[in-house]
Design a protein around this ligand. Structure first.
Ligand code: SAM
Length: 233
């Protein structure tokens, strides 16, 4: 087992950046589950998606972009994909995509494969399990499920550090989920992230935070809508 001295030395010696990525993976708290903080998804179904579709149709814009900004193992972006898919049924005529980012390459690998254990899927309603997952693994293997390609194709997984100075996204997002990650940052860091997200949201775009997180008074450009839901103003 390496002590702090050895770890620092490995970091100093490593020119590839691999050790840093390993360290970040080991230190990240990746706790997440499907349909976490379900209030957000109820709000999406009942209020946000009907309004968004009306606005998009009125302006002749058929693109919908959602960013899951600290997506962990993918349970958050796949939950979003299920909610949106259930709402639209068919995406005919729509250009819909979810960008799922995280700093940890380990969790991004899990998300890209979309393979989850029976335990991971405990919070997924049975109808969705049948509709969006397929059972994998033989009789003697640990049972598991994989997200169907139909849903996997809606989500792109990429590594992205939220502390990056200038966010490189060329297109704006309609919704940003930045949940249960800001608790790890101090207020100035949070302010910087929130200002960047505000810039990358469409007018009247929504920001979802974790229910235990608050934006803080200094952050401008958002109006509180419901617990942990903000709209760009
Ligand atoms: C507790 S999980 C939250 C996952 C999901 N958003 C949810 O609410 O279920 C926090 C995630 O934030 C990621 N993270 C931590 N610091 C980050 C940073 N600077 N940039 C991007 N992701 C980060 C971690 O790797 C971890 O996967």
């Amino acid at each position: 087992m390496s002590g702090p001295r050895e770890i620092i030395q490995r970091l100093v010696d490593d020119r590839t950046g691999t050790v840093l990525v390993e360290l970040i993976d080991a230190l990240s708290t990746n706790v997440t589950h499907f349909f976490r903080e379900d209030h957000h998804f109820k709000f999406m179904r009942e209020k946000l998606l009907p309004d968004l579709v009306k606005r998009k149709k009125a302006s002749g814009d058929a693109t919908i972009r959602i960013w899951s900004a600290a997506c962990s193992t993918g349970t958050e972006p796949y939950t979003i994909a299920i909610v949106v898919k259930e709402f639209f049924d068919s995406f005919l005529g729509w250009d819909f995509k979810i960008l799922a980012t995280d700093i940890s390459t380990k969790v991004l690998g899990i998300g890209a494969k979309g393979i989850y254990s029976t335990k991971d899927l405990e919070t997924v309603p049975k109808t969705y399990l049948t509709r969006y997952f397929r059972k994998i693994g033989g009789r003697h293997e640990e049972g598991g499920y994989q997200v169907n390609p139909e849903l996997r194709n809606l989500v792109t997984f990429r590594r992205f550090n939220l502390l990056t100075q200038d966010y490189p996204f060329t297109r704006k997002f309609d919704l940003i989920f930045c949940r249960n990650v800001m608790i790890y940052f101090d207020q100035p860091t949070k302010n910087q992230i929130l200002q960047s997200m505000q810039k990358h949201l469409h007018a009247s775009g929504y920001l979802f935070t974790g229910h235990a997180e608050s934006l803080g008074r200094a952050v401008k450009g958002f109006k509180h809508v419901e617990p942990a839901i903000y709209i760009k103003v």
